[in-house]
Design a protein around this ligand. Structure first.
Ligand code: TTP
Ligand code: MG
Length: 226
Protein backbone atom coordinates (compact mmCIF):
# COMPACT_ATOMS: atom_id res chain seq x y z
CA UNK A 1 0.00 0.00 0.00
CA UNK A 2 1.26 3.46 -0.76
CA UNK A 3 0.13 6.68 0.83
CA UNK A 4 -0.32 9.80 -1.25
CA UNK A 5 -1.69 12.90 0.45
CA UNK A 6 -3.09 10.80 3.26
CA UNK A 7 -5.02 8.52 0.92
CA UNK A 8 -4.26 4.85 0.84
CA UNK A 9 -4.40 2.97 -2.41
CA UNK A 10 -4.63 -0.79 -2.26
CA UNK A 11 -4.62 -3.39 -4.98
CA UNK A 12 -8.02 -4.89 -4.26
CA UNK A 13 -9.68 -3.07 -7.13
CA UNK A 14 -11.83 -1.00 -4.81
CA UNK A 15 -9.19 1.41 -3.63
CA UNK A 16 -7.13 1.52 -6.80
CA UNK A 17 -6.72 4.85 -8.59
CA UNK A 18 -9.52 5.39 -10.99
CA UNK A 19 -10.18 7.83 -13.85
CA UNK A 20 -13.66 8.71 -15.07
CA UNK A 21 -14.50 10.72 -18.20
CA UNK A 22 -17.95 12.25 -18.47
CA UNK A 23 -19.32 12.33 -22.00
CA UNK A 24 -22.55 13.47 -23.64
CA UNK A 25 -23.81 16.08 -26.05
CA UNK A 26 -23.37 19.84 -25.60
CA UNK A 27 -25.73 20.81 -22.75
CA UNK A 28 -26.25 17.22 -21.57
CA UNK A 29 -25.27 18.11 -17.99
CA UNK A 30 -21.62 17.05 -17.74
CA UNK A 31 -20.55 20.03 -15.62
CA UNK A 32 -23.53 19.60 -13.27
CA UNK A 33 -22.65 15.95 -12.70
CA UNK A 34 -19.01 16.84 -12.03
CA UNK A 35 -20.00 19.56 -9.58
CA UNK A 36 -22.04 17.00 -7.66
CA UNK A 37 -19.12 14.54 -7.42
CA UNK A 38 -16.56 17.23 -6.60
CA UNK A 39 -17.96 17.33 -3.05
CA UNK A 40 -16.56 13.85 -2.28
CA UNK A 41 -13.26 14.12 -0.37
CA UNK A 42 -11.46 11.49 -2.44
CA UNK A 43 -12.42 12.79 -5.88
CA UNK A 44 -10.58 15.40 -7.92
CA UNK A 45 -12.56 17.09 -10.64
CA UNK A 46 -10.66 18.94 -13.34
CA UNK A 47 -11.84 22.36 -14.50
CA UNK A 48 -14.20 22.60 -17.43
CA UNK A 49 -11.89 22.75 -20.48
CA UNK A 50 -14.23 24.99 -22.53
CA UNK A 51 -13.07 27.95 -20.42
CA UNK A 52 -9.56 27.50 -21.85
CA UNK A 53 -10.91 27.35 -25.40
CA UNK A 54 -12.68 30.68 -24.85
CA UNK A 55 -9.51 32.39 -23.72
CA UNK A 56 -6.19 31.62 -25.39
CA UNK A 57 -4.10 34.60 -24.36
CA UNK A 58 -7.22 36.72 -24.68
CA UNK A 59 -8.42 35.16 -27.95
CA UNK A 60 -11.68 33.24 -28.08
CA UNK A 61 -11.09 30.14 -30.22
CA UNK A 62 -14.62 28.83 -29.57
CA UNK A 63 -16.10 32.03 -30.99
CA UNK A 64 -13.83 31.87 -34.07
CA UNK A 65 -14.88 28.26 -34.64
CA UNK A 66 -18.63 28.98 -34.46
CA UNK A 67 -18.25 32.02 -36.74
CA UNK A 68 -16.35 30.14 -39.45
CA UNK A 69 -15.79 26.42 -38.84
CA UNK A 70 -14.13 25.85 -42.22
CA UNK A 71 -11.50 28.49 -41.49
CA UNK A 72 -10.94 27.85 -37.76
CA UNK A 73 -11.92 24.21 -37.24
CA UNK A 74 -8.35 22.92 -37.40
CA UNK A 75 -7.03 25.67 -35.13
CA UNK A 76 -9.77 25.05 -32.60
CA UNK A 77 -9.57 21.25 -32.63
CA UNK A 78 -5.76 21.36 -32.39
CA UNK A 79 -6.11 23.41 -29.22
CA UNK A 80 -8.86 21.16 -27.85
CA UNK A 81 -6.60 18.14 -28.45
CA UNK A 82 -3.74 19.86 -26.60
CA UNK A 83 -5.86 20.87 -23.59
CA UNK A 84 -7.46 17.44 -23.33
CA UNK A 85 -4.00 15.83 -23.39
CA UNK A 86 -2.87 18.20 -20.64
CA UNK A 87 -5.82 17.15 -18.48
CA UNK A 88 -5.32 13.43 -19.18
CA UNK A 89 -1.65 13.57 -18.21
CA UNK A 90 -2.04 15.89 -15.20
CA UNK A 91 -0.73 13.98 -12.15
CA UNK A 92 -3.53 12.39 -10.13
CA UNK A 93 -3.37 13.02 -6.41
CA UNK A 94 -6.69 11.69 -5.12
CA UNK A 95 -8.13 8.25 -5.58
CA UNK A 96 -10.71 9.21 -8.19
CA UNK A 97 -10.03 11.61 -11.03
CA UNK A 98 -13.09 12.89 -12.91
CA UNK A 99 -12.93 14.96 -16.04
CA UNK A 100 -15.32 16.58 -18.50
CA UNK A 101 -14.89 14.94 -21.91
CA UNK A 102 -11.72 13.38 -23.26
CA UNK A 103 -9.34 13.48 -26.20
CA UNK A 104 -11.55 10.70 -27.62
CA UNK A 105 -14.86 12.55 -27.92
CA UNK A 106 -13.06 15.58 -29.32
CA UNK A 107 -11.76 13.33 -32.11
CA UNK A 108 -14.54 10.79 -32.66
CA UNK A 109 -17.44 13.24 -32.35
CA UNK A 110 -16.31 16.79 -33.15
CA UNK A 111 -13.40 16.35 -35.57
CA UNK A 112 -15.33 13.57 -37.26
CA UNK A 113 -18.32 15.88 -37.66
CA UNK A 114 -16.24 18.68 -39.19
CA UNK A 115 -14.73 16.22 -41.64
CA UNK A 116 -17.95 14.40 -42.55
CA UNK A 117 -19.84 17.66 -43.06
CA UNK A 118 -17.20 18.90 -45.49
CA UNK A 119 -16.02 21.73 -43.21
CA UNK A 120 -12.60 20.18 -42.68
CA UNK A 121 -10.54 19.20 -45.73
CA UNK A 122 -8.99 15.76 -45.81
CA UNK A 123 -5.45 17.08 -45.39
CA UNK A 124 -6.35 18.82 -42.10
CA UNK A 125 -8.26 15.77 -40.89
CA UNK A 126 -5.27 13.56 -41.69
CA UNK A 127 -2.79 15.81 -39.87
CA UNK A 128 -5.00 15.86 -36.77
CA UNK A 129 -5.48 12.10 -36.98
CA UNK A 130 -1.74 11.46 -37.19
CA UNK A 131 -1.22 13.64 -34.11
CA UNK A 132 -4.05 11.84 -32.31
CA UNK A 133 -2.67 8.37 -33.13
CA UNK A 134 0.84 9.40 -32.07
CA UNK A 135 -0.41 10.80 -28.74
CA UNK A 136 -2.40 7.65 -27.99
CA UNK A 137 0.67 5.52 -28.63
CA UNK A 138 3.18 7.57 -26.68
CA UNK A 139 1.27 9.26 -23.84
CA UNK A 140 -0.31 7.92 -20.69
CA UNK A 141 -4.01 8.49 -21.43
CA UNK A 142 -5.64 6.12 -18.99
CA UNK A 143 -9.44 5.98 -18.67
CA UNK A 144 -11.24 3.41 -16.50
CA UNK A 145 -14.85 4.40 -16.99
CA UNK A 146 -16.90 6.55 -19.32
CA UNK A 147 -20.12 7.98 -17.94
CA UNK A 148 -22.42 8.79 -20.84
CA UNK A 149 -25.17 11.28 -20.12
CA UNK A 150 -27.70 10.32 -22.71
CA UNK A 151 -30.11 13.09 -23.69
CA UNK A 152 -32.43 14.11 -26.46
CA UNK A 153 -31.05 16.83 -28.75
CA UNK A 154 -34.19 18.90 -27.98
CA UNK A 155 -33.32 18.85 -24.28
CA UNK A 156 -29.73 19.91 -25.02
CA UNK A 157 -30.96 22.82 -27.14
CA UNK A 158 -33.29 24.04 -24.37
CA UNK A 159 -30.47 23.94 -21.83
CA UNK A 160 -28.01 25.65 -24.20
CA UNK A 161 -30.58 28.48 -24.64
CA UNK A 162 -31.10 28.72 -20.88
CA UNK A 163 -27.41 28.96 -20.01
CA UNK A 164 -26.77 31.41 -22.84
CA UNK A 165 -23.07 31.10 -23.80
CA UNK A 166 -22.82 33.88 -26.43
CA UNK A 167 -20.79 31.70 -28.86
CA UNK A 168 -23.54 29.05 -28.88
CA UNK A 169 -26.49 31.35 -29.70
CA UNK A 170 -26.89 30.14 -33.30
CA UNK A 171 -26.62 26.37 -32.68
CA UNK A 172 -29.41 24.69 -34.69
CA UNK A 173 -31.16 21.49 -33.60
CA UNK A 174 -29.68 19.62 -36.59
CA UNK A 175 -26.15 20.21 -35.29
CA UNK A 176 -27.08 18.64 -31.95
CA UNK A 177 -28.78 15.74 -33.73
CA UNK A 178 -25.63 15.05 -35.75
CA UNK A 179 -23.47 15.21 -32.61
CA UNK A 180 -25.94 12.97 -30.77
CA UNK A 181 -25.62 10.36 -33.51
CA UNK A 182 -21.83 10.54 -33.36
CA UNK A 183 -21.89 10.01 -29.58
CA UNK A 184 -24.21 7.03 -30.11
CA UNK A 185 -22.01 5.65 -32.90
CA UNK A 186 -19.00 5.75 -30.61
CA UNK A 187 -20.39 4.93 -27.15
CA UNK A 188 -23.26 2.56 -27.99
CA UNK A 189 -22.64 1.17 -31.47
CA UNK A 190 -18.84 1.04 -30.93
CA UNK A 191 -17.98 2.30 -34.40
CA UNK A 192 -14.78 3.83 -33.00
CA UNK A 193 -12.48 2.26 -30.38
CA UNK A 194 -13.73 2.55 -26.81
CA UNK A 195 -10.99 3.25 -24.24
CA UNK A 196 -13.12 2.05 -21.28
CA UNK A 197 -16.48 0.51 -20.37
CA UNK A 198 -19.47 2.83 -20.73
CA UNK A 199 -22.07 3.53 -18.05
CA UNK A 200 -25.17 5.13 -19.53
CA UNK A 201 -27.11 7.58 -17.36
CA UNK A 202 -30.42 9.14 -18.26
CA UNK A 203 -29.53 12.80 -18.66
CA UNK A 204 -33.12 13.88 -19.24
CA UNK A 205 -33.88 14.34 -15.53
CA UNK A 206 -33.70 17.74 -13.86
CA UNK A 207 -32.61 18.77 -10.34
CA UNK A 208 -33.70 16.35 -7.55
CA UNK A 209 -34.50 13.56 -10.01
CA UNK A 210 -31.06 13.92 -11.58
CA UNK A 211 -29.39 13.81 -8.16
CA UNK A 212 -31.26 10.55 -7.45
CA UNK A 213 -29.88 9.18 -10.71
CA UNK A 214 -26.32 10.17 -9.67
CA UNK A 215 -26.82 8.63 -6.24
CA UNK A 216 -28.03 5.30 -7.53
CA UNK A 217 -24.87 4.94 -9.64
CA UNK A 218 -22.37 6.45 -7.19
CA UNK A 219 -20.71 3.15 -6.12
CA UNK A 220 -20.29 2.19 -9.75
CA UNK A 221 -18.96 5.60 -10.81
CA UNK A 222 -16.50 6.11 -7.98
CA UNK A 223 -15.17 2.60 -7.61
CA UNK A 224 -15.12 1.54 -11.22
CA UNK A 225 -15.42 -1.92 -12.68
CA UNK A 226 -14.50 -4.64 -10.22
P1 TTP B 1 -18.91 20.44 -24.30
O1 TTP B 1 -17.53 19.92 -24.22
O2 TTP B 1 -19.99 19.50 -24.67
O3 TTP B 1 -19.20 21.11 -22.89
P2 TTP B 1 -20.53 21.75 -22.26
O4 TTP B 1 -20.08 22.55 -21.10
O5 TTP B 1 -21.29 22.45 -23.31
O6 TTP B 1 -21.34 20.46 -21.77
P3 TTP B 1 -22.33 20.31 -20.52
O7 TTP B 1 -23.44 21.30 -20.73
O8 TTP B 1 -22.77 18.89 -20.61
O9 TTP B 1 -21.53 20.63 -19.29
O10 TTP B 1 -18.93 21.64 -25.35
C1 TTP B 1 -18.35 22.90 -25.12
C2 TTP B 1 -18.34 23.69 -26.41
O11 TTP B 1 -17.22 23.33 -27.21
C3 TTP B 1 -19.55 23.44 -27.29
O12 TTP B 1 -19.94 24.67 -27.86
C4 TTP B 1 -19.05 22.49 -28.34
C5 TTP B 1 -17.61 22.85 -28.48
N1 TTP B 1 -16.71 21.74 -28.83
C6 TTP B 1 -16.21 21.65 -30.13
O13 TTP B 1 -16.59 22.43 -30.99
N2 TTP B 1 -15.27 20.71 -30.40
C7 TTP B 1 -14.83 19.81 -29.47
O14 TTP B 1 -13.98 18.96 -29.77
C8 TTP B 1 -15.40 19.86 -28.15
C9 TTP B 1 -14.97 18.87 -27.12
C10 TTP B 1 -16.33 20.85 -27.89
MG1 MG C 1 -19.85 21.89 -19.22
Amino acid sequence: MNAISGHHFGTDGKTEKHTVCVEGNIGSGKTTLLEYFSTYPYTEVTKEPVEKWRNIKGMNALEYMYKDASRWGLTFQTYVQLTMLQIHTQPQVKRVKMMERSIYSAKYCFVENLYQSGKMPEIEYTVLTEWFDFLLKTQDIKVDLIVYLKTKPETDLRRIKERCRPEEKQIPLEYLETLHNLHEDWLIKKKFPLPAPVLVLNGEYEKEEMIKEYESYTPHILRGPA
